[in-house]
Design a protein around this ligand. Sequence first.
Ligand code: NAI
Length: 326
Amino acid sequence: TRTPVTVTVTGAGGQIGYALLFRAASGQLLGHDVPVNLRLLEIPQGRAAAEGTALELQDGAFPLVSSITVTEDATAAFDGVNIALLVGARPRGPGMERSDLLEANGAIFGPQGAAINTGAASDVRVLVVGNPANTNALIASAHAPDVPAERFTAMTRLDHNRAVAQLAAKLGVPVSAIDGLIVWGNHSASQYPDISHATVHGRPVTELVDEDWLAHEFIPRVAKRGAEIIEVRGSSSAASAASAAIDHVHDWVSGTGERWTSAGVVSDGSYGVPEGLVSSFPVRSAGGAWEVVQGLDIDAFSRARIDASVAELVEERDAVRALGLI
Ligand code: NAI
């Protein structure tokens, strides 16, 4: 039998945690032959909900689940962790300025990064879901100097999946027919879903859609999809966010082959994105590591939108630097 992989989910008592943990338990995260230790990290307010989720996980009688632990102690939660899913974050409250939001999240992601640095397994892979995800990943990474920065990633896969789904619906094709779509930049309203390299059944998508649809329907629809879900469902996207987190980690560990996806990864300076920022790029995964797809032509329309989203990431980085959080 294989050694269990330790998966830690923060914010485990929340909405996304509730959806995510069951899929991790069922084998959809790491494979149907990989046993898992599930660690659920919460704060006191969320502890009871996490305990309830743990009871239900037990009732799932998942053959792959080796253990389930609920804790409020980050050191215990991340001890020996292989896969860290950082979902719990501080949401923006009424009247909260951006600097307050960054500071409150710095107080979460700094210590969690430090606990990962101290206790994590040498192969640890971190996905930050909690917003502002890109900058929270940057903060966590800055507190984990012994963990390669490439192991800290931020989730833009939900944006990517939303963009693929919108495009497939527009073209009347299955999502599997679409490749080469990219989400660039920050996981925020400034993100840029880019179809300029996308293909459908191998044919360039740009031959099939007009620029008006692109600029006035597709891009805003994808960027504002979170708000649309809240309006229709009455609460924020949780199952689709959990599904995207599963996709991100599954692809990271298992590989993508030649197909592309999007992920927030630390920039090496590719495409003019300042080195060290955690920004969304077109990526493939091989051998358990993300690699940015290189050599793409970036037209003026794309350049302006990538630059605008990256400028927002620079501002967030400068703000957390000024606050002493990195
Ligand atoms: P939620 O409010 O239902 O759950 C969050 C949980 O995190 C709560 O139970 C809370 O007690 C817990 N928590 C807060 N601070 C914590 C800490 N220091 N340690 C451990 N747990 C902590 O929220 P939901 O819907 O599950 O969303 C979670 C986060 O994911 C939010 O920040 C949301 O904005 C973000 N999100 C990100 C997406 C992305 O595409 N990157 C998509 C959707 C949501």
